[in-house]
Every structure is written in C-alpha cells, then in structure tokens.
Write a protein that binds this ligand. Structure first.
Ligand code: BLA
Length: 233
C-alpha cells in the first residue's frame, strides 16, 4: 500500500546525500510468530539532520504502515518532520498524519518555518479536517497546519499520493530556507526540546499496544525506547 510513498521518501533522501545505516541489532526487522505481519526499519544519515528514521509495517489486509521522523541538527531550530500513515484494509480505513512538528508553539516560530505547510493545509482541505486527537495533545509538537485525515479509500487513492509528494518537497524547501537563515533557539535548548519530544511521544504513542500484539512485549519495549524514541526512558 505505501511502497510508492516509501520510494519517494527514499529517493529524496538519496538525492540529498542520505546514507542508509543499520538500526540497532535486532530492531531492523521483526516477524510476528504467526508470520502474518512484518516490520522493517531504516536509519538515515542525512546532511543537516542528526537522525532520520523510517519504518514500514506490513500486516496484509489488516494493517499497512509508513512512519518516519526527522530530527534536524541542533544548530537549526526548524521543526521535526513527522509522517504517520496507516491503512486498515479490512475496514478500508485511512489514518494519515503529516506535519512539520514544531519545537515551540509561538507565532514568530510559525512565521519563520511554516510558509510551505500553511499553503499545503489550504490546498488539501480534504486532508486538513479538524480531527480530534485522542492520545496526543494537539498543542504539543503538532502544528495548526498539519495534514490529518481519518478517511477511506477515496482519500487514500486520490488526494494522499499528491499531498504526500508535495509535503516532502515542502519539507525540503523549508529545510533549505531554514539552513540559510539564523536559528533563533540556542542549540542546547533545541537539544532539550528534541529530547522532550521523544519522552512525550514514547509516553503517548498509540502504537505500542499494536506492536505488542504483533511482536511481543519485550521486542516492542526495546523498539520504542531504542529506535522510535531513543531519548525516552
Ligand atoms: C495515531 N498512530 C496512530 C494510531 C496508531 C499509530 C496505531 C492510532 C490509530 C487511530 O487513531 O485510529 C501507529 N505510530 C504508529 C506506528 C508507529 C507510530 C505504527 O509511531 C511507529 C512505527 N504519529 C507518529 C508521528 C506523527 C504521529 C511521527 O508516529 C506525526 C505526524 C501522529 N498518529 C499521529 C496522530 C494520531 C496517530 C496525531 C492520532 C492520535 C490521537 O487521536 O491522539
């Protein structure tokens, strides 16, 4: 379901000098005991970023996932990039979240970094619904301009592929702009905020139960704290 999306993401990373690195031992992939689901993960070393992770889960008809987070270098206060795409084939249900995840919630920060995402938010109203968040707080590490849709096959096959490509291009454009401008949050503060992002996300991520049911508790605990959010405890 998300293979072409993964291909677009990888092509962008390669074009910008990204190099694939192996995730920690044992966390690069896992297969469920029944053999019906599998997850693969990659770490990328990309100029301008201290960490860029990507995961692809394939549980056939029941669930398809593409998830990725980019952590910029600490001398750049630009937002993290967050991608969470889920397709529940049995129920024909799509959950799609694409955001420039802000380190701060303030107008000055949004003015500096959200030019491109604001435009996309207006361009794709069908993916920019006022969806309610059940586990996360929309005012922490999410922007007002996120693309967030709980939809069906129509959104998955028509708007999402176009929006996804535009989202990636927008993130690269914003990155280029931010790298050319002066970062206004000091590097040690950017570091603290990125660590707080990991801690917050590890506490709230609704995926942990899902991973546990497919891959068992001990693997899922390790995956959460050593790969998805390594600064969390
Ligand atoms: C929701 N994400 C979810 C849900 C699952 C996952 C199972 C609940 C589905 C639902 O609300 O119907 C799955 N999350 C995953 C998986 C991974 C993961 C498989 O981290 C890891 C491989 N989530 C992110 C990122 C963003 C994000 C980077 O990991 C930001 C773009 C957002 N996911 C996000 C949001 C929701 C969600 C906003 C809705 C949660 C809510 O309602 O509070």
């Amino acid at each position: 379901m998300f293979d072409s999306f993964l291909g677009q993401l990888n092509a962008g990373l390669e074009a910008r000098g990204g190099i694939k690195m192996p995730p920690p031992e044992g966390l690069d992939s896992c297969r469920s005991q029944k053999g019906s689901s599998e997850i693969f993960s990659w770490l990328w070393q990309v100029p301008g970023f201290r960490r860029w992770r990507v995961s692809r889960m394939d549980a056939g008809e029941s669930l398809q996932v593409l998830n990725s987070v980019a952590y910029p270098d600490l001398d750049n206060d630009q937002p993290l990039m967050g991608i969470d795409l889920l397709w529940f084939g049995g129920r024909q249900k799509l959950v799609a979240v694409l955001d420039f995840q802000p380190l701060k919630q303030d107008p000055e920060y949004f003015d500096r970094h959200f030019l491109e995402l604001r435009r996309l938010h207006e361009k794709f109203p069908e993916l920019s619904g006022e969806e309610t968040m059940r586990s996360f707080d929309p005012n922490q590490y999410f922007s007002p301009y996120l693309l967030f849709c709980r939809g069906g096959a129509d959104e998955a096959s028509s708007s999402l592929p176009v929006a996804f490509q535009a989202f990636l291009e927008s993130y690269w454009q914003m990155t280029e702009r931010s790298q050319a401008e002066t970062s206004l949050i000091a590097p040690d503060e950017v570091g603290k905020l990125q660590i707080a992002y990991d801690q917050y996300s590890a506490e709230r991520d609704p995926a942990h139960g899902l991973f546990t049911s497919h891959f068992g508790k001990s693997w899922s605990d390790r995956f959460l704290h050593e790969f998805l959010f390594p600064a969390s405890i």
